[in-house]
Design a protein around this ligand. Structure first.
Ligand code: KG4
Ligand code: ZN
Length: 332
């Protein structure tokens, strides 16, 4: 029996819809929100309003590109959390209305479980058990994945996420939000000649807030001595910051692999677009005989194909939601 799922993602500042049929992605549409750039970060109120504007056109586009009529859908999946409550409400309410209108089941999806599910759209997909490093603007964690929807948290950030570390440093350097891609671009012309300390966190947890503070002190000290310091050394500063963030991630990933004996390594989330992280993954992977999996960028950043894919596996298990479901800003 063929199964067709529409997925809706609206946890942060991207409105996305996608159709998956029998585990194959037929469409993956997204409407980004430029409005947050000028504020240097996501403004929750503005994000909810933009979701309201974007949701209907994006869903139409996803159905059209997939060549699927709404009445052919077997279920509607949506992100229940974690995320911004006002943003989640828009996607969830739309999903409920659509499922009710079509008389089909509703499926709630955990955003971070979905980042892992993005790998199931790839060939070959990682084999179970595998480790998944999820690195985005909101999350940094290492999961041990033992089945399509079965995963155990091995470690996570105690404060800022890796993407946040890129974005907050970028703000200190006068770069636009989100600064991760710009730091990546500038770092290619620089050398990591400034040393920032590696936080001493036990186990597989991460911490990035101390790094931000040490960069702030470093900039203040050097700008007092030379007001043009940032301008004259921007590429080297970016390369140094990027090097430190990436080595923090890689050291923990290596530790997790050693601890579990797992060499099947996947990476998800927006930060996996980072070229230095990708380079080090290849290098470490060759040294330690890992099989590494980094999906194409449209499946790494927030997208709805991953929601549809997680929804597809939940459909198979008959895991449906009631229409009294509420969004969860925090969800363990
Ligand atoms: O997964 P994502 O699209 O959204 C969520 O936060 O859930 O991730 C966005 C994050 C931002 O912090 C952005 O700066 C970072 O991913 N990012 C990058 C790169 N591309 C996106 N960070 C470093 N290097 C990149 N090339
Ligand atoms: Zn995400």
């Amino acid at each position: 029996m063929s199964v067709t799922i529409l997925g809706i993602e609206s946890s942060c500042d991207d409105t996305a819809a996608a159709v998956v049929r029998d585990g194959k992605v037929l469409s993956n549409c997204i409407a980004g929100q430029e409005i947050h750039r000028r504020y240097g970060g996501v403004v929750p109120e503005a994000a909810s309003r933009a979701h309201q504007i974007n949701i209907v056109p994006v869903v139409h586009q996803a159905l059209e590109q997939a060549g699927v009529r709404a009445d052919e859908l077997d279920a509607v999946a949506f992100t229940r959390g974690p995320g911004l409550i006002g943003s989640l409400l828009v996607g969830m309410s739309f999903a409920k209305g659509l499922a009710l209108g079509l008389g089909c089941p509703l499926i709630e999806v955990h955003h971070l479980q979905a980042h892992v599910a993005a790998h199931y759209a790839q060939h070959p997909a990682p084999a179970f058990p595998f480790l998944c490093l999820t690195v985005s603007g909101g999350h940094t964690q290492i999961l041990l994945v033992s089945g399509h929807l079965e995963m155990t948290l091995l470690g996570q950030t105690l404060d800022d996420a890796a993407g946040e570390a890129f974005d907050k440093t970028g703000k200190l350097l006068g770069l636009d939000y989100p600064a991760g891609p710009e730091i990546d671009r500038l770092a290619r012309e620089g050398q990591p000649r400034f040393a920032f300390p590696e936080p001493q966190i036990k186990g597989l947890d991460f911490s990035f807030s101390g790094l931000k503070t040490s960069i702030l002190h470093f900039l203040k000290k050097n700008v007092v001595e030379n007001p043009a310091f940032v301008q004259n050394n921007l590429a080297d500063i970016c390369a140094s910051v990027q090097h430190r963030i990436v080595t923090i991630l890689m050291n923990k990933l290596e530790q997790a692999s050693r601890q579990t004996g797992i060499r099947e390594i996947a990476v998800a989330g927006g930060v996996s677009a980072n070229s230095e992280l990708r380079r080090q993954l290849v290098e470490t992977g060759e040294r330690l005989q890992w099989r590494t999996f980094v999906p194409p960028i449209e499946y790494c950043t927030d997208n709805a194909a991953m929601i549809s894919m997680a929804g597809y596996f939940k459909y198979g298990k008959g895991e449906f939601s009631g229409h009294d479901a509420t969004p969860l800003a925090r969800w363990a």
